[in-house]
Design a protein around this ligand. Structure first.
Ligand code: A2P
Length: 279
């Protein structure tokens, strides 16, 4: 266990860029979320990612240890005093096979250099924003859904989440339920603003009220019929996309088919894409 500062009773960082785990929650045997302390100097925009990880095993010849780092979207909003992450567990994944065992009080490495394209600055103003996520691609939207700017900038927020099984939707479903019922959130964001959220979960491998890949449901018009929306239109709609490489490619083509164009921080347009961390 880590040493403790006698004055503050807080653990003393022993790793470079160390942060302390404050809570861990396992959602399924493939998914978990956790919260860590936030470096006092860390500023970020809701939707950005940072590199996090653990010390790797010692090199067999030199005995030197190197940090094992991966890009993780920050799932908590910019105003939160802790940082939250949402992760897959890959049994033979170099990082997640170990990261999945972290406990409150443990330390992780967090490089305090936030970056990313899933930020409001990379989009032109619009009326409705779509968040398209698969699997752990929900993470940046867990941040953006708790970000007041989302509701100040848009009249309607549609969040779609496609997972294999119903249980894999739990993290997102609970987050949105809590968001709508939480008094602090209602005060911060406004209860009427929170009513703008339209949640559209789908599963592909387990029976649920809405089955199928979101890409299919967009192409055959089911999403629009279900939500009472005409179509995606470049004058009205903006989108952020986060999922696997294949998912991102497919959604990008669909959005471009509706006349949307991919933007970036330096060149805001009508949609932005980022790959979810998958291993
Ligand atoms: P499917 O079960 O049909 O592969 P994963 O858990 O593998 O990261 O996948 C998360 C979800 O994303 C699954 O429901 C999966 O559907 C879906 N998915 C994977 N690839 C695509 C794609 N190219 N377009 C739409 N959905 C996809």
């Amino acid at each position: 266990h880590s040493p403790v500062d006698q004055q503050t009773a807080k653990p003393v960082p022993t790793l470079p860029d160390a942060q302390t785990v404050t809570s861990v929650r396992h959602w399924t045997d493939r998914l978990f979320s956790f919260r860590v302390t936030r470096p006092a100097s860390l500023r970020f925009r809701s939707g950005e990612f940072v590199m996090i990880g653990l010390m790797g095993d010692p090199d067999p010849t030199t005995g030197k240890q190197k940090p094992l780092l991966r890009a993780y979207s920050i799932a908590s909003p910019a105003w939160d005093d802790e940082l939250e992450f949402y992760s897959i567990k890959v049994p033979d994944g170099p990082l997640t096979s170990r990261l999945q065992h972290i406990q409150p009080g443990d330390q992780i490495i967090l490089r305090p250099k936030p970056v990313g394209t899933l930020v409001h600055d990379a989009l032109l103003p619009g009326k409705r924003i779509w968040f398209f996520a698969t699997g752990t691609g929900f993470a940046p939207f867990a941040s953006l859904l708790r970000e007041p700017e989302t509701y100040e900038k848009f009249e309607e927020v549609v969040i779609t989440h496609t997972c294999r099984d119903v249980a894999e939707l739990d993290y997102g479903r609970k987050l949105i339920e809590d968001l709508k019922s939480d008094e602090m959130m209602q005060e911060l964001i406004g209860a009427d603003h929170l009513d703008k959220i339209r949640y559209y979960p789908t599963t592909t491998r387990e029976e649920s009220p809405r089955m199928g890949r979101i890409t299919t449901l967009l192409e055959n018009g089911t999403v629009f019929k279900d939500l009472g929306i005409d179509r995606i239109h470049p004058d009205v709609d903006r989108a952020m996309v986060c999922g696997s490489l294949d998912f991102n490619t497919d959604i990008k083509a669909i959005l471009e088919g509706f006349g949307l164009e991919e933007g970036a921080n330096s060149d805001p347009k009508t949609f932005v894409v980022e790959k979810a961390f998958v291993g």
